[in-house]
Design a protein around this ligand. Sequence first.
Ligand code: WTA
Length: 642
Amino acid sequence: MSQSVYLPSEEFARKAHVPDIKAYRALYSRAEKDPEAFWGEIAEREIHWFERWSRVLDWNPPFARWFAGAKTNVSYNCLDRHAASHRKNKAAILWEGEPGDQRALTYQELHRLVVRFASVLKSRGYRAGDRAIIYMPMVPELPIAMLACARLGIIHSVVFGGFSAEALKARIQDLGTTLVITADGGFRRGKEVSLKTAVDEALNDCPGVREVIVYRRTGSEISMKSGRDFWWHDLDAAASEDCPAEHLDSEHPLYVLYTSGTTGKPKGILHTTGGYLTHITATMKWVFDLREEDTYWCSADIGWVTGHSYIVYGPLSAGATTLMYEGAPDFPRFDRWWRIIEKYRVNIFYTSPTAIRALIRQGEQWPDAHDLSSLRLLGSVGEPINPAAWEWYYRVIGKQRCPIVDTWWQTETGGIMIAPMPGAVPLKPGSATLPLPGVVPEIVDFHGQPMGDNREGFLILRQPWPGMIRNIWGDPERYKEQYWSRVPGAYFTGDAARRDSDGYYWVLGRVDDVMNVSGHRLSTMEVESALVRHPAVAEAAVVGKPHEITGQAVCCFVTLKRGDWNHDQLGNELRQWVSREIGAFARPEEVRFSDALPKTRSGKIMRRLLREIVTSNSVTGDVTTLEDLSVVAKLASQQDEE
Ligand code: WTA
């Protein structure tokens, strides 16, 4: 464990929203004593409400309602209130496409575009409670579509553009959506990623979808089905400039975002309106220490929760300038990100440890060739950051001047939960530090008993918080079972962690069958289900293998049906197959063939054992070896019998 502690500079602390540890402690204890009064005050101060609530929290475990009965609108809070203020001509979104094209949308302009698109949706009969799937590249029309849905109360579900037609189909069907908003394609590493073709393929099995709205980004040839598919620009030509934000209940669903759980079926995490908005707006100030003049950049893709909360809704609600970049960090060269920071004079930069590690490998000459002096704060999210990557980020990017906020949270938590307030909390590389006000974590053992300091256990959360998951779409039983049954009355995060003697949290990783590949969640079962759909595969077991850059890599053990297989060829084919079934980011690094898989007597595959195999031996890269796991299996089952 690293012993270093980093203090914010005096100058940083002096100007910070929360300037010292005393101020942090005061906030934390106020929230602890009376969470409802605490969150009520923040909601009042940070959010515009059309009608006030009568009660802050209605907690009927595990179902929470925050500010229920109050009326508000996320789109109004992100746009109308700023467009009518001193921020009217401030840039809301600064956008750079991968080919180098640029757009700057002021709050007034973004407001106008969202109103127009919302009026299109309204005129076509979409109403509050309807569901829309958004499958788009990182262009401004993606947040425009989200905000237009939010304006009318249409529940959106953004599907990351890297997901395959199969994954898209499963989400469309689960959500029962009638509308898909997409684009012809997007740009990634100089190539076009086509999206409309995947939509066409998915829709062969989705009779419920009435309409597809297609934004033209790349201009390539695509097929348009008459009566079903419409060009965004054609519909926009008849749009109205008058489409007021609906007054929605604070608990009206805002979006469903699918994420991997411990089974083969992704779960639709449901987030609602008022509490979510309050949580993410508050954390923009506490954690990113946002100031009026800041240019803020989060390099995530909007298809993941980080993009929802900290590219779109959080920054816009807080009235910030949020930067969006369409493409890859290494295109056309390894300095693309540093170029962007220099060009737009970015002040706050938020990225993932995987990205940092990949850039470390390319060498310091790339960032060193650029003026990064505009930066004043750095952030990290998605997985534990190893101290060596932290130190590099601090020294080479932040020039030992910028605090690093390591932010622990999940799709389910909606917003940041454990992270330093950068003017107040001394940093320890590798630790997400202290819980934010209103967040009550605990480390417990297998029986749910609290553990002492410096011991590893399960991370749970004792109290409900405003941005929390409200349900799993269509599956309240799974919601109860997955999150609230391990330790009765407490939220089970699925992470292992340790708290040190200073009260700092060190999150170690998942304790369930969820892998974390490049900061993206992927379930071992999801990959296994994909593999066994291949005609040659009899059985498959998938484990995460430690990986220098991506944190974990997907490693598959496969037994084959009878036949004469060429292992090299089949290994490649199966890797391709998984990309097709789930998405390229899920592509296995290794496929290993075996005659049998190690199982317990009850027939459960012993993933723990396989994890040990991939962690301890050093088979690397593309090698597809035939290994005799039956021996291991025998040993394992003997152990099991004892
Ligand atoms: C992991 C991403 C350590 C953790 C916002 C969690 C982290 C999962 C951190 C959620 C961090 C995220 N330190 N681990 N700062 N941030 N994680 O839902 O295992 O994509 O449970 O949300 O990522 O991933 P998700």
